[in-house]
Design a protein around this ligand. Sequence first.
Ligand SMILES: C[S@@+](CC[C@H](N)C(=O)[O-])C[C@H]1O[C@@H](n2cnc3c(N)ncnc32)[C@H](O)[C@@H]1O
Length: 329
Amino acid sequence: MRKIDLRVADLFAGMGGLGTGFSKHFNVDLAIDWDYEAYMTYKNNHKYTDTRNEDVAIQDFGKKDFDMISGFVGGAPCQGFSNINAKRTKDSIEEDERNNYIYELVRATKSVKPDFVLMENVQGVPKEIKKDLAKKFRKLGYKVVSKNIRCWDYGSVQLGKRWILVASLHGHVYPDPIPESQRRTAKDILRPNIESDITVTKSVLEQIQKIEVRDGKLWYPLPNSKGVNYCMVQPDKHIGKILNFTKMRYVKPDRTGYLSSHEMKLAQGFPPDYEIYTDPDKSPSKQRKSIGQQLANAVPVETAEMFSQAIYDHILESMNSLSHWRFDK
Ligand SMILES: C[S@@+](CC[C@H](N)C(=O)[O-])C[C@H]1O[C@@H](n2cnc3c(N)ncnc32)[C@H](O)[C@@H]1O
């Protein structure tokens, strides 16, 4: 049971990976995303959150809506930084307008001065920008921990490399990775009785069956596969990061086809009944692409939950040290 009631705003909220994890310990009061499908997914699954289909960059954080916010969580769009984006050059980083959104959480923090901020992004965010962000939060009075992590070490079945920065007014805070013996593997999310909604052609199937799986290697390209990689899912191992199926196909352990969108949703830590909204006017293939993109954008829920737990405990401790009253964990 929650002992204190703290309000969080989720910026660039996507379909709600971070928000779902944080809602275990906080009231996620506000969520903002300008993509209509992601917004609808969030809204339909988070009945108590004020979900807004708006541009983060035009928010007035000085407004009353943000008054009582104790924490911001957010992952700005990362296409410009991603290591997977082969076109990345130094100049394109500087020029890429999207990358400026990463500074929106600093702008929000300046205005609201919340207890904490959690930023997440791809590890490919340039070092200079990571350092600059940490410096800006420190200047505002925050203690900052900024690390490259693997989501597998933080509760997910995916290896999922991310960069997560946590800034707190009350001291340094960051969760410890879980012991290797407790890490999860693909069998936790495999649902062999569900037919996959992602079809595989006969010729690809034949090629997949010939792939020699090597220990430690997750991604296998095929000749003429036009940038698509194949992740050979092994029940007793973690899987690669969930990416849109236009970039990555997840091959079932028996190699009869691909994991379903449902299994990929479970691999992102969402509950089985979490419904992903897509525009009903879109073709089935465009709808699948949208599901794939919403999922690929999300932070694994289990990882978000571990950060949420650590930050909640940390705030509780700092309140206990300031008051005669004690809040039990
Ligand atoms: C990496 S995803 C966030 C994923 C999310 N944190 C989660 O865990 O599910 C980035 C999101 O930012 C949204 N976005 C990009 N620019 C935006 C803007 N200016 N205002 C609002 N949303 C924006 C995109 O639509 C996308 O859903």
